[in-house]
Design a protein around this ligand. Structure first.
Ligand SMILES: [Zn+2]
Length: 272
């Protein structure tokens, strides 16, 4: 699933390629994923221009002139790409600019959404209001992580990392890789972590982000860059989805367990 780094790539790419572009037309084929009808979606966006893109956790925010914003949550399988050769019938939503390019949206399933709201009310939207501290924001300090851990002593550390109400942006794959790098088992209760481990965890979050960025993000399921290219971070995962394969660091086999119904991968020798 696209996590914080993948959504951040989209944010950057939209900001470098689409600012000032005018909407000639737009369409919404999957009304169920939105808060407006297909006619409203097209009518409200027509003639507006893109001001920029922002992000909160894994939610992408596109701002348009006229106090209009679109917020998109891709969940597991959604994607967004820019294309001049597109088939509207195969997409769930799209914004067609006056230069003929379309910002295509597809793959939205379950609770994934593309919602149209007033820019001035973006952070009042229930989907954004509930998000915790953004993992890439300067507000996410070691002290903030320590406080989250302190306030949730009974939670598994894996749960705390992936709970979007606590920390926004980290999902299943990244949390497995972060915990491996920090040498902490995903099943450890927050209350058992030492100060040293908290610091290692905090540093590992950013080391994994850096690595993910260097590989262009992960395209395990649906993520592609605006130009359609895939990221390669998933080809370099150390534990995530590597059950029964050898750990690169110690040669033992990668194990898995379920936490909150989600499969979690770890090395039982490297992680304590
Ligand atoms: Zn190992």
């Amino acid at each position: 699933m696209p996590e914080i780094i993948e959504i951040d790539f989209l944010r950057q790419e939209i900001n470098s390629q689409l600012i000032g572009k005018t909407v000639a037309d737009s369409f919404l084929n999957k009304e169920k994923a939105s808060n407006v009808s297909r006619n409203e979606f097209a009518g409200i966006l027509r003639g507006k221009s893109i001001i920029g893109a922002r992000r909160k956790g894994k939610v992408l925010i596109l701002d348009f002139t006229g106090n209009i914003s679109i917020i998109v949550h891709f969940l597991l399988t959604g994607y967004m790409r820019l294309s001049s050769a597109f088939d509207i019938s195969k997409l769930q939503a799209g914004i067609i600019f006056s230069d003929g390019n379309c910002l295509c949206i597809g793959g939205l399933m379950g609770n994934a959404f593309v919602r149209l709201i007033k820019t001035s009310e973006v952070f009042l939207d229930r989907n954004l209001k509930v998000q915790g501290v953004d993992a890439l924001s300067p507000d996410f300090t070691l002290q903030v992580l320590e406080k989250i851990i302190l306030l949730n002593p009974k939670k598994f550390i894996k749960q705390a990392l992936t709970d979007q109400h606590l920390i926004a942006g980290i999902g299943n794959a990244y949390s497995d890789e972060i915990l491996f790098k920090a040498k902490i088992l995903p099943t450890r209760r927050c209350g058992t972590l030492s100060n040293y481990e908290e610091k290692a965890l905090y540093e590992s979050i950013f080391l994994v982000f850096e690595e993910a960025r260097a590989y262009g993000g992960e395209s395990e399921l649906s993520f592609v860059h605006l130009n359609g290219e895939k990221g390669h971070f998933n080809e370099h995962f150390k534990v995530h989805k590597r059950q029964f394969q050898k750990c690169n660091d110690c040669d033992s086999l990668i194990s898995s367990t379920k936490i909150d119904g989600r499969k979690t991968y770890f090395c039982s020798l490297c992680q304590k």
